[in-house]
Design a protein around this ligand. Structure first.
Ligand code: GRF
Length: 203
């Protein structure tokens, strides 16, 4: 399954996906890393890892649609079949999400449906929750919604700062994102309504 990872920044989840996909038995290959920021540190890391890279700078486009048409052209050029968003900080139009329906995953640093949006770790600390975590989900037009493939929970400690909590969550992100991509790419799971369930085992 020819997969593109879309990033805007440092790309540590991208690293984890690239590393997992090196295993010959992994059911997806990372065929492209694409960034909306030409200076994203993750792009250099992907290059160093021998993965094809491209940048589509959103700032040079008049609007979201123009940006996405250009993105789509690049994805088609690389014959991409599946997308993993990994710290990609642009919202998509329903048009683009529709094109990739059931073929695009995102990772969010919270236990959805709690803490959609930004600053999840600071908000979790402010609320005094004792459990926090990360979620891999299929992308739908609404931000941080969509069928959930995998989640990981971590404890919130009394002396946590947003930074220490983020680091504990991030370590789990690096575990569940490759796991989720493996489940989806291998056909082990299927979407049913808003749920991701085990695929029926072939007889
Ligand atoms: C991660 O915390 C991810 O959950 C969120 O953005 C951050 C990206 O980090 N969507 P990285 O670029 O993968 O290191």
């Amino acid at each position: 399954l020819r997969t593109a990872i879309l990033i805007s920044g440092r790309g540590s989840n991208m690293d984890a996906l690239i590393a997992a996909a090196r295993d010959p038995s992994f059911p997806a290959e990372i065929a492209l890393v694409l960034s909306n920021r030409p200076d994203a540190p993750g792009l250099a890391k992907a290059k160093a890892a021998g993965v094809a890279t491209a940048a589509v700078d959103h700032k040079i486009y008049a609007g979201r649609e123009e940006f996405e048409r250009s993105l789509q052209l690049v994805l088609e050029t690389y014959r991409i079949e599946f997308i993993c968003l990994a710290g990609f900080l642009r919202m998509f139009t329903p048009w683009f999400v529709g094109l990739w329906r059931g073929r695009m995953l995102n990772i969010h640093p919270a236990l959805l449906p709690s803490y959609r949006g930004l600053d999840t770790h600071a908000r979790a600390l402010a609320d005094g929750v004792k459990i926090h975590g990360a979620t891999v989900h299929f992308v739908v037009p609404e931000m941080d919604e969509g069928p959930i493939v995998a989640q990981a929970a971590v404890p919130v400690l009394d002396d946590d700062t947003p930074q220490t909590l983020a680091a504990r969550v991030l370590a789990q992100e690096h575990v569940i994102y490759p796991m989720a991509l493996r489940l989806v790419a291998s056909g082990a799971v299927r979407i049913e309504g808003n749920r991701v369930l085990a695929a029926p085992t072939p007889r």
